[in-house]
Design a protein around this ligand. Sequence first.
Ligand code: SAM
Length: 247
Amino acid sequence: MYGTEQADIFELMHKSRGKDYRAEAEEVARRARLRKPDADSLLDVACGTGAHLRHFAELFGHVEGLELSEPMLAMARKRLPARSAVHSGDMRAFRLGRTFDVVTCMFGSIGYAATTAELDAILRCFAAHLVPGGVVAVDPWWFAETFQDGYVAGHVARTDGRTVARVSHSTREGDTCAMRVHYLVADARTGVRHVLEEHTISLFTREQYETAFAAAGLSVEYVAGLNAGRGLFVGTLLDGAQDQHRP
Ligand SMILES: C[S@@+](CC[C@H](N)C(=O)[O-])C[C@H]1O[C@@H](n2cnc3c(N)ncnc32)[C@H](O)[C@@H]1O
């Protein structure tokens, strides 16, 4: 899904499109500390290239990441301090053997859950990695009710001797978004290459996310407007809920 080529251009493209990873990390840290003022450890799930994690590492005493794609993972490991473990793992079923004050999952990554059963399993996994009173922050994919069928985006980024054009088209297919992203990558040495990414991302409803939080023993608040309009779910592990996550 995210191979070496995609890992190489992913962050360059999104930063050039105006994505402010630092501001997003600061906003998540601020909202987490409203709920847990002493929060000092954080796990970023589906951390990609570590673009949020490098900022989280400046905001928290201890950070770790988890990621499925090996090329993305390799980039995250390269840029983070050696003390910050980045684990190879699947957000639908992982067990790291420790807990954190905050668990995050950013940039719609949770939409790779194919079903509500997987969504529920992911939130249970997040809750199982929280200290009592710990906080989960999820930047969701577009909701079934907010997704724009046929959405087209386009952008050209120029940096470090490379020009990358990105055009995407997203359509509704049942309860999923089928997103096709075409890249043209040009540089002096290799000329122009075409790279195609195809993503199937679930269009869960806001209620399905909230149900998954509640089933995992988490409170949930939805903050509209953040993250380019996708919003942010923030939840706290409710008293006694950690007992339901013991192995
Ligand atoms: C849109 S990218 C976001 C990456 C990063 N969070 C960011 O904000 O730049 C989605 C990421 O989710 C990862 N991913 C997809 N399914 C996953 C799974 N089941 N477990 C862990 N990571 C997964 C992908 O490999 C990819 O790195």
